[in-house]
Design a protein around this ligand. Structure first.
Ligand SMILES: Cc1ncc(COP(=O)(O)O)c(C=O)c1O
Length: 449
């Protein structure tokens, strides 16, 4: 279970505290709860350490790279998982180089050189990355590199009521941009290629997807990965670490899982309801994974992971202000001042928990309150934060709407399309400490002459 302690800010913050933070720092505003984040990291590490003799956890920077959060994760013993050169530079300022893993689809020559010199593990995703490292070694710019291979078992990891969604998802998994497929020998070929390069090659990496809520499907997808590692070892390639990536789902929000069948039903006026997600049971998952690792004779492997959402999602909330409401014949819009610019994953049809506040008090929800579409401030129709949301009938301009689970893929994925990026205030029992200041016009236009 996710360490959803009483400290989760969505339930723990009282209306007056939210109101005063919004007055002081403006909206839209993220509120970060460092104690909640640290609790969830500690519980996670404890679970992993009790399941595996050797284990490491790398904090996924792409999920949230706020320095305040990274510092807390590293202080508790986490390394860093970075997916770009700029994330790598940030991580080098935050933690020891040997605790950094460099993933991602693009690794420039100068970034590969820096990573190799610093002793950062590089997970190879393109053959060209290996060729670049070999050229750097021939030119005596580097002596060695610590390498891993990213593979793709191509297995589905999501379940849904709509079979058309499952089929589309399974096809996508098989032909994903990331990793080398196990099926047709491509992963094997790449492993032999890396091994023959003479660089140090000790890791197999297999991040599967994000917001996976079924431990059963997650484990089933890892099964061929374990077989692959066992085969490599049997053929003399001494893999020491298996990094299973992140992707562990959180219970605080639900993602829509609909395919063409749901779309067809919708045109006929029917709605196919999503099956509620399971709560990812981390203790059961790690115990089952440890058993399977044992069955494959891989007990001496270091089992590592790169959790993002699971550790961070609940530790932030987003506070927005209602700009206005519009009642149309078939729809009632609530327009708020934060949208896909700062909550981009809402585009996956995510359903978050909501609170509605006025003058430091809660606006209660009633069963007969209207069904609304909550739209953001961006100038395109798709800027929908949540569809079919029940909203208090009395909600009015100026009221606050608080959204749960705003800690993952928000600050790190924000854009300044139409709007400036939002601020983050850390809870401190008082007025809040600004840990990420609001973007200014000068920040944006500093790129021009
Ligand atoms: C390589 C890698 N590691 C870790 C993560 C973190 O995933 P999540 O936030 O779902 O745990 C991602 C995100 O997709 C990723 O691409």
């Amino acid at each position: 279970m996710l360490a959803l302690t009483a400290r989760e800010p969505f339930t723990d913050l009282d209306a007056r505290e939210i109101q005063s933070l919004a007055e002081r720092h403006g909206t839209p505003l993220f509120i970060y709860d460092d104690a909640c984040f640290r609790d969830s990291v500690s519980a996670f590490l404890k679970t992993w350490q009790s399941a595996f003799a050797q284990t490491k956890a790398y904090l996924s920077y792409k999920t949230n790279y706020m320095p305040a959060l990274c510092r807390s994760g590293h202080a508790l013993g986490m390394g860093a998982d970075v997916v770009s050169g700029f994330e790598m530079e940030h991580a080098l300022r935050m933690c020891a180089a040997r605790d950094i893993v460099f993933n991602g689809p693009l690794k420039r020559a100068e970034e590969l050189e820096r990573a190799a010199r610093e002793g950062i593990t590089v997970n190879i995703d393109l053959e060209e990355e290996l060729e670049t490292l070999e050229a750097l070694r021939s030119n005596r710019r580097i002596a060695d590199a610590r390498l891993g291979l990213r593979i793709n078992p191509g297995q589905p990891v999501f379940d849904a009521a709509d079979r058309s969604f499952i089929e589309a998802h399974a096809a996508k998994q098989r032909s994903a941009k990331f990793g080398w497929p196990l099926d047709d020998g491509l992963a094997r070929h790449m492993a032999e290629r890396i091994s023959a390069s003479g660089f140090s090659f000790e890791t197999v990496h297999a991040h599967l997807n994000s917001q996976i809520t079924s431990p059963k499907l997650h484990l089933a997808a890892l099964e061929p990965v374990l077989g692959f590692v066992a085969d490599l070892r049997a053929s003399g390639i001494e893999i020491k670490e298996l990094n299973i990536g992140g992707g562990f789902g959180v219970p605080g929000m639900q993602r829509s899982k609909r395919g063409w069948w749901s779309a067809l039903k919708a045109t006929m006026g029917e709605r196919l309801e999503d099956v509620p997600d399971e709560t990812f049971d981390m203790a059961a998952f790690t115990r089952a994974l440890a058993r399977r690792i044992s069955e494959h004779g891989l007990d001496d492997l270091c089992i590592s992971c790169e959790p993002g959402r699971y550790l961070m999602s609940a530790s932030m909330v987003l506070v927005t202000r209602v700009a206005g409401l519009k009642t149309l014949p078939g729809k009632r819009w609530v327009v708020i001042d934060g949208g896909l610019n700062i909550l981009p994953t809402a585009a996956f049809g995510e359903r978050r928990r909501l609170r509605f506040l006025r003058a430091g008090g809660e606006l209660p929800l009633r069963d007969d309150d209207p069904d609304c579409t909550i739209g953001g401030p961006l100038c395109f129709e798709g800027d929908v934060v949540m569809d079919h949301a029940r909203v208090p009938a009395s909600l009015a301009a100026g009221d606050l709407v608080v959204l749960s689970d705003a800690g993952a893929y928000t600050v790190s994925r924000s854009t300044n399309f139409n709007q400036l990026r939002a601020a983050v205030a850390q809870r401190d029992g008082g007025d809040g400490t600004l840990v990420w200041r609001r973007e200014t016009y000068d920040d944006v236009f500093s790129f021009s002459d």
